[in-house]
Every structure is written in C-alpha cells, then in structure tokens.
Design a protein around this ligand. Structure first.
Ligand code: GAP
Length: 448
C-alpha cells in the first residue's frame, strides 16, 4: 500500500484537497476540496445516488436542514450518549481519545482498564493519567439573537447542534414522506450532506474529520423481515463498492461489531473495513436500528409513527436497516487504490492515478503538439470544443512539453490524452495515448 504522505502531497500539488483555511495555517479536522477534488467527490456522490436512489423504485431522497430542533438529539440519544472516552495527561495536559492511543481497548473503556494498559503519553512520554471522561462530540451553536453577556439560562435555551449524522433528518421526515408519497414497505429514504463531530483527535488526512459528508439510507421494513433486508443491503454495499466504485474486494473486510461496541441504537452492526495506507479502518457501517428512532420520535413528539399495511390493514412501527458511508473515507479509499508509482525506463518514476473512468475528473485531455504553431492550436481547439460538448469532462493543456503534459494528466487520472500534430492537418487522425499502458494509437477524429 502507498504511503499516506505521497497521497496527501499529490492531493495538494494537483488541486484535489487542501487543508481547510490553509491561508491562515489550517484548522484541524477540516479540509477543502479543490477543483479536481470537487469533481471526484461529486462523481462519487452521484454514483452512490444513482445506484441507491435514482435507479430504484423503492428509494426517496431528502435534503434536510443541518440545524434541527434540539429535541431531535434528545430523542435520538445523542445528547446523552454520543461521546468518546477522553483522557488527559496530568503532566503536559494533552488530551486524547483513550481508545486511539492504547492497544486492545474499546470506546467503552473504564479508567481502570485504561490504566492497566500502561500507555505512555504520546506527547511527553510520561505515564500519568487523569480519569476517563465522556466527551460529547456534538458541536453546539446558539440560534437567534443571543449575546455573549446574556444570562446562562437564556443562552442555554437557544442552544442548537450541528447535526452529527444525516440520519435524523431522514427519521424526522419519515411521517412527511408517508403522508405525501404513500410508499409501500419496504422503502428507503436517502440523504447526502454534511455532518459535524468535534473529534478529540482528527487524524489521518481526511479519514477522521470534524466536518465530513455522509451518504445514508434508512430502509424501513416490516419487523419480521429485517434479517432478509439486512442481508440484501449487505450484498448491495459490496456491489456498489466493488463494481461501481472499483475497489478491490481483497481490501474490504467485514467486521461483525460486538454488542458492547455497537452504537446505542443498534442491535446488529457490520462495519465495512478498508485497508488504508495507515492500516485497516472503518469505511462504512451497516446497522439494524430496530424501531429505536421512530419510537423515540413518537414518544417525544406525540405523533404516531405507525405504518398501515395497505393489504392487511395491520398497523405497526417499521424497523430500520441503515447503510451509512462517509464521502471522505470513500474518497481516500479510491485515491489509495488508484495511486500507483511505476519505474520508467530512465530510472525515473511515473506517478499514475489509475482511477476508474466513471470517477476520473477528466475523461480526455486535448492538446496541440506545439503551442507556437497556430494551425495546430486552431485544429486542437476544434477537437477540444467538439469533445467538450459531447463528454463535458474534457480538459485543455498546452503548457510545457508533451512529456510534462502526460505526466500531469497521469497524476490527475485522465484516462486518455489526445494530441493534434501535423498529420492531423492532412488525415484528420490524432494520437490517443492511454494513461495506464502509455500506448499511443492513431484514431480518426470522427471516431473519438
Ligand atoms: N448514522 C450512523 C452513523 O453516523 P457512524 O458509524 O458514526 O454512524 C457513519 O458514521 C460513517 O460516517 C462512518 O462509517 C464513516 O464513513 C463516516 N464518518 C463518521 N465519522 C467521521 C469522521 N469524523 N470523519 C470522516 N468520516 C466519518
């Protein structure tokens, strides 16, 4: 596997991802997608949306507000339990997520268990720890006209949270969808959007962020059918990751999450782990959330969340299977899989991003062999304009020499480079150079 540093460096060098607020020295846990990263991210999100929503008859999309009534997070259990184990070094006062600095413990670690691991502080190397404290990861903000010197009661009343999962925007719209679309069970509601977590230690590039994007589905089923639906959705995740996105199945591992490590709402969870450059990490999760969320909403809102079966007339609160994936983690899995270094004949190295064609930011790069020959430039522009109107994702490059252009296009994953030379002017053929094999073939412009 490639080193993470190489990927981070390529991302910055070629405009995929920059540190958030880069000009001010960054802002931990935030990242900005540059021109190429924006296209790749959108391609990933569009591929997911198309596969799971547009191409099916049982899925409905929502785009809910990020700011939600704080009752949402009371009912969902996030206010009480969405917390990580925080531990502070008594010597240097550095704070860490306990389960990330000690071996063999989980998120539910107790102080005693942590102390028994005899972990040294990663900053000062001392072994002098305070107790494990639960740190709630939701970001708070104040809604409306609240001033810093308002009394505490007033500001507490105006607290709202930046959503830590997109899922609750789905659950809170379940009744709206039932009442307007009248879907038959089983059906799913899907959402893509930002989620925020005040991670104690954001790390590993875009793997653990404070602001990330999620793609989630809540799939509502008859309680007795949850196992079959869980299995179907499990298989569909593999189809998406492997056949649509092109990840190598050998790098994907299912982890059956033991009861003590599952989120508070889940009765079964499979984490889909991926072999990242930094080791095996969670790429996505598939959880059986039972009727936990709808029941809690029903209780907190006083509104019925029952579904009435159109055939039998039975009424019940559906159960839910939830596939949930982070866009940044998918993005990094794709980049890590595509990043390749190949030796060239002259003792050099060629860096190639072997992205699947459906994900590559540009499908073609068009250039004139020489930029100071107006007849070549005019012809190349003609070809560029025609391809751009046909394929949209086409780029133009007339900088440097042809070798440098190929090198740049290899690094950003452009599958084909098209070069217009003097022969083009007489026979209307162009050179098409393949990114992966570097082979060059002559093709008629009309066949592009
Ligand atoms: N609604 C369920 C839920 O949010 P989760 O396991 O906490 O479950 C789901 O998050 C997915 O969101 C993860 O598998 C991961 O892909 C992504 N994710 C979660 N926290 C993240 C973070 N801090 N940075 C980047 N991605 C994150």
């Amino acid at each position: 596997m490639n080193s993470l540093e190489n990927i981070v460096s390529l991302c910055k060098r070629r405009g995929f991802i920059f540190p958030g607020s880069d000009v001010y020295g960054g802002f931990a846990g935030t990242w900005d997608f540059g021109p190429l990263g924006t296209i790749l991210k959108k391609n990933l999100m569009d591929a997911w949306w198309h596969f799971f929503v547009e191409s099916r008859d049982d899925m409905y999309g929502v785009d809910a507000a990020i700011l939600m009534n704080p009752k949402t997070w009371e009912a969902s259990g996030h206010t009480a339990t969405f917390a990580d184990p925080l531990v502070e070094c008594k010597e240097c006062k550095s704070r860490f997520r306990a389960d990330k600095i000690a071996e063999g413990i989980t998120e539910s670690v107790t102080t005693e268990e942590f102390l028994n691991t005899h972990t040294k502080c990663p900053v000062c190397s001392k072994e002098s720890w305070g107790p494990i404290r639960k740190f709630n990861m939701m970001f708070t903000t104040h809604v409306g006209a609240v001033l810093p010197d308002d009394d505490k009661d007033l500001s507490d009343k105006n607290i709202a949270y930046l959503r830590p999962e997109t899922a609750q925007g789905i659950f809170t719209n379940y009744k709206n969808i039932i009442d307007t679309i009248y879907p038959s069970l089983p059906f799913g509601i899907a959402q893509q959007g930002k989620a925020f977590r005040n991670e104690i230690s954001p790390r590993d590039f875009i793997l653990r962020d404070r602001e990330c994007s999620q793609m989630e589905i809540e799939y509502f089923v008859k309680p007795s059918t949850w196992e079959d639906n869980f299995e179907t959705l499990r298989q569909l995740q593999h189809t998406f990751l492997e056949d649509i996105i092109g990840l190598d199945p050998a790098n994907i591992h299912e982890l059956e999450v033991p009861a003590e490590d599952r989120a508070h709402y889940s009765r079964r969870t499979i984490d889909f782990m991926f072999d990242y450059p930094t080791g095996e990490e969670e790429l996505m999760g598939l959880a059986y959330r039972t009727d936990f969320d709808l029941m809690n909403i029903q209780m907190a809102s006083g509104k019925s969340m029952e579904y009435r079966d159109k055939n039998t007339g039975d009424t019940f609160v559906p159960h839910v299977i939830e596939p949930s994936i982070g866009v940044e983690r998918l993005f990094l899995a794709v980049l890590a899989s595509a990043y390749t270094e190949e030796p060239t004949g002259d003792d050099g190295t060629r860096i190639v991003l072997k992205l699947p064609e459906n994900l590559a930011p540009y499908k073609f790069c068009v250039s004139p062999l020489l930029k100071n020959k107006p007849e070549l430039v005019t012809k190349a522009k003609e070809v560029y304009t025609a391809l751009k109107s046909k394929y949209t994702f086409v780029t133009w490059d007339d900088s440097g020499n042809i070798g440098k252009r190929y090198r740049k296009q290899d690094e950003i994953g452009t599958p084909k480079c098209i070069v217009i030379d003097f022969d083009t002017l007489t026979d209307d053929t162009v050179t098409v150079r393949d990114r992966d094999t570097t082979e060059q073939t002559r093709v008629k412009i009309s066949e592009l």
